[in-house]
Design a protein around this ligand. Structure first.
Ligand SMILES: Nc1ncnc2c1ncn2[C@@H]1O[C@H](COP(=O)(O)OP(=O)(O)OP(=O)(O)O)[C@@H](O)[C@H]1O
Length: 240
């Protein structure tokens, strides 16, 4: 399970962007998280991806609480989660060729020897030709760069995948292609998915269930446990 329990997080402890939010993703499950711009979805996704330490609350990965974040997190937890962001240009090193962007997590974890085979395998899956793999980010389109970022997120075979508005800036055919890559990966590996977005139609089609930000489990003060389900708004959100 990927369990976010009573998470309060943000960038100013006096005005957190996320308050007391709880959400659970089961192994193999795809959960969509829908909400208006600025409500805190990306902030919660960053906590789930071990990139932002919450002010309070806990994150559990397969029953193990996460106690350290970012580069301080234990490798086993850090590599259990793959993440794709909305804007590939902000998350890809502009100096690297696409093949090195894809292989970056392998190099960072001492698995350089696997880089060539794994990059070729993933490039085929995401639809990157060898010509594109030799280019740098400024020489490819946003959609092509996002394909490389998705391949990078999958390269360590994570058990959990966080897609934060992964397709928001892409056309319909690239969106469909990237969603299909994620679904093929999940079918092969049983990975769980948290997909953050604005597009209810896409999330409803893609995910087993879609949670609205307003209906996120809110913890009872002091207990860390989600409140009992409200009468409506919860009926499509089992397991929260
Ligand atoms: N690095 C940051 N420093 C300070 N405030 C931030 C930072 N990132 C986000 N915020 C603020 O935190 C709040 C939540 O932002 P967040 O990006 O989580 O929202 P979101 O729901 O993902 O929005 P969108 O759908 O537009 O991406 C917003 O008020 C935003 O301005």
């Amino acid at each position: 399970m990927l369990e976010l329990r009573a998470i309060t997080a943000g960038y100013d402890p006096h005005a957190p962007a996320v308050r007391d939010a709880s959400l659970t993703v089961s192994p193999g499950e795809a959960v969509g998280l829908l909400g208006p711009s600025g409500c805190g979805k990306s902030t919660l996704a960053r906590v789930a991806a071990l990139l932002l330490r919450p002010d309070s609350g806990s994150l559990l990965l397969d029953g193990e609480p996460v106690r350290r974040w970012r580069h301080r997190a234990p490798r086993a937890q850090r590599t259990a989660v793959g993440v794709v962001f909305q804007q590939p240009r902000l998350s890809a090193d502009p100096r690297l060729r696409l093949r090195d962007i894809v292989a970056e997590p392998l190099r960072a974890t001492g698995r350089r020897a696997e880089a060539a085979d794994r990059t070729a395998e993933l490039a085929a899956a995401v639809g990157l030709t060898s010509d594109l793999l030799h280019r740098r980010p400024h020489e490819v389109s946003d959609g092509q760069l996002q394909r490389a970022c998705l391949a990078r997120a999958l390269v360590l075979r994570p058990r959990w995948l966080i897609c934060d508005e992964m397709t928001a800036m892409l056309d319909a055919s690239t969106t469909a292609a990237l969603v299909a890559v994620v679904e093929d990966y999940r079918r092969d590996t049983g990975a769980g998915l948290l997909a953050v977005g604005h597009d209810q139609v896409l999330l409803d089609r893609w995910c087993d269930r879609t949670v609205h930000w307003a209906d996120l489990g809110r913890a009872e003060p002091g207990t860390g446990r989600p409140r009992p389900a409200a009468a409506d708004g919860w009926k499509n959100t089992p397991g929260i």
